[in-house]
Design a protein around this ligand. Structure first.
Ligand SMILES: Nc1nc2c(ncn2[C@@H]2O[C@H](COP(=O)(O)OP(=O)(O)OP(=O)(O)O)[C@@H](O)[C@H]2O)c(=O)[nH]1
Length: 333
């Protein structure tokens, strides 16, 4: 006959087992040889293996896809230091590659998991087993990843010009400032080109604003084809564009400008039954240490572009670094 106290203890134990079986986390107890001692209902439901099929088996034999070296490292440390260890889905998304069946986060193929490893003390006081507790954090993981994706897309949109998909003016200026600072330090040659579509108002007035938009789009497309991936292009204003040519001297930038100018001159925008031809004017300026900030650099390129407009358009002008002497003061009058 059992005493009332033992009955209470047995009842507690029975309840405990019941709870362990039904709790919505995975519970595994391993011995030092990595043989499974406990395997609860969660593990059964997701692995398809009943406790009698799992108990006594080596976990790595049963689950060859487990990250063995990584898990051994973690578990051995828990045995050695008698300390808990925690791993997150961000370090290792799927310790056990269980399929995800949650309806809301159905887009995840596999269950995302966090895991706690707890040392278990035997009756003699030594650490003879560990418990792995596996949490299904698929909802949290998917929400976080979706938020990160949305933030990335948002920041991409906030940097991009909608019509041309080039950098917008604000973001391009940020990049221009970075390049100014970087190149002053590295002393690598670097050139800025500013260009503008000639008589663009006429395009709008003659063919309409939508045709004008198409001309701007085509200009951006030709620019992207002509420049290198590392160059930094932006739409500076309506029909005005800027490019920073990385590692490029003014002489080489001139070659780039002429190539771009000719490509555009030769191109045609087909709009309804019209073939629209157009040209650009360009100004180019190599970064010089006498420029006190990137705006001065930009201003030099802009002044050169202005000279191209003044000189008859459809041409490239190099920036003047030193202001030429004023002819009226030169003449000696
Ligand atoms: N279609 C279209 N037109 C734009 C856009 N942004 C600015 N514009 C137009 O671009 C024209 C720019 O005209 P201007 O600054 O006079 O220059 P331009 O006619 O190109 O003459 P030059 O630059 O001196 O050769 C204006 O008519 C603006 O309305 C745009 O996004 N789409």
């Amino acid at each position: 006959m059992t005493t009332p106290n033992i009955q209470v203890d047995l009842k507690d134990f029975h309840w405990m087992l019941e709870m362990i079986q039904t709790i919505d986390v995975g519970l595994i107890v391993l011995d030092k040889q990595y043989n499974i001692q406990t395997w609860n209902t969660f593990m059964e439901a997701h692995s398809g293996l009943r406790p009698d099929q799992a108990q006594g088996k080596n976990i790595f034999t049963l689950f060859p896809a487990l990250p063995e070296t990584w898990l051994r490292n973690k578990v051995d440390t828990v045995f050695m230091l008698n300390n808990r260890s925690f791993t997150t889905w961000e370090q290792r998304p799927h310790v056990f590659k269980f399929r995800n069946y949650r309806p809301i986060t159905g887009m995840a193929e596999y269950m995302y998991q966090n895991m706690t490893i707890i040392p278990l003390r035997s009756l003699t006081g030594d650490i003879s087993h560990v418990s792995l507790i596996l949490y299904d954090v698929t909802d949290v993981a998917i929400n976080k990843m979706q938020l990160e994706k949305a933030n990335t897309e948002l920041s991409q949109v906030s940097r991009t010009d909608g019509l041309t998909q080039l950098n917008n003016r604000r973001y391009w200026e940020e990049r221009a400032e970075q390049e100014y600072n970087r190149n002053l330090r590295t002393k690598q040659p670097c050139s800025m080109v500013m260009f503008d579509i000639d008589h663009f108002k006429r395009v709008n007035d003659t063919y309409g604003h939508l045709a004008g938009d198409q001309v701007i789009r085509q200009t951006a497309a030709i620019l992207k084809e002509t420049m290198r991936n590392t160059d930094i292009a932006g739409r500076y204003g309506g029909e005005e564009f800027v490019v920073i040519l990385i590692d490029t001297s003014q002489e080489n930038a001139l070659v780039f400008c002429e190539r771009l100018r000719k490509h555009i001159e030769e191109s045609v925008v087909q709009w309804e039954n019209e073939a629209i031809k157009f040209t650009i004017s360009l100004g180019v300026c190599e970064l010089h240490e006498q420029f006190s900030n990137y705006q001065v650099w930009l201003e030099k390129a802009d002044n050169a572009l202005y000279k191209s407009k003044e000189g008859g358009r459809n041409r490239t002008t190099k920036a003047q670094l030193v202001t030429p002497p004023n002819p009226s003061t030169e003449s000696g009058n």
